[in-house]
Design a protein around this ligand. Structure first.
Ligand SMILES: [Zn+2]
Length: 116
């Protein structure tokens, strides 16, 4: 069995291990969209414009707009849960009417299943 002739100094050992927990930089490319050109990972959808190979794949939404949409959804869900309560505004009344229709359909379906 081969045995090292001499003990390696701590400096030499540490120099050898210097690369061991190095984190490699991911390979980066730039968005092919001429209007964007943001740095991005290859073979990924661009996080800035939502395009992949010149085709819009996902919709990019700002944080503020996301929050606004979430609030809207929550309010709609609450309104649906509250049931067929009187709508506060005329514009919202129309939306809620649509929701009510959907709810009624859902209510009917399980009833039919039970009937069968
Ligand atoms: Zn882009």
């Amino acid at each position: 069995m081969p045995v090292p002739k001499k003990r390696k100094s701590p400096a030499r050992r540490d120099r050898r291990r210097a690369h061991h927990d190095k984190v490699a930089m991911p390979p980066m490319t730039y968005c092919s969209n001429p209007e964007c050109g943001a740095p991005m990972l290859p073979h990924h959808v661009c996080p800035e414009c939502g395009q992949y190979r010149g085709e819009a794949v996902i919709e990019v939404v700002s944080e503020e707009e996301l929050e606004a949409r979430k609030k809207e959804r929550r309010e709609k869900a609450k309104a649906a849960k509250a049931g067929r309560a009187a709508p506060p505004a005329a514009e919202k009344a129309e939306e809620k009417d649509e929701d009510e229709d959907e709810d009624e359909d859902e209510d009917e379906k399980p009833g039919k299943k039970k009937g069968k």
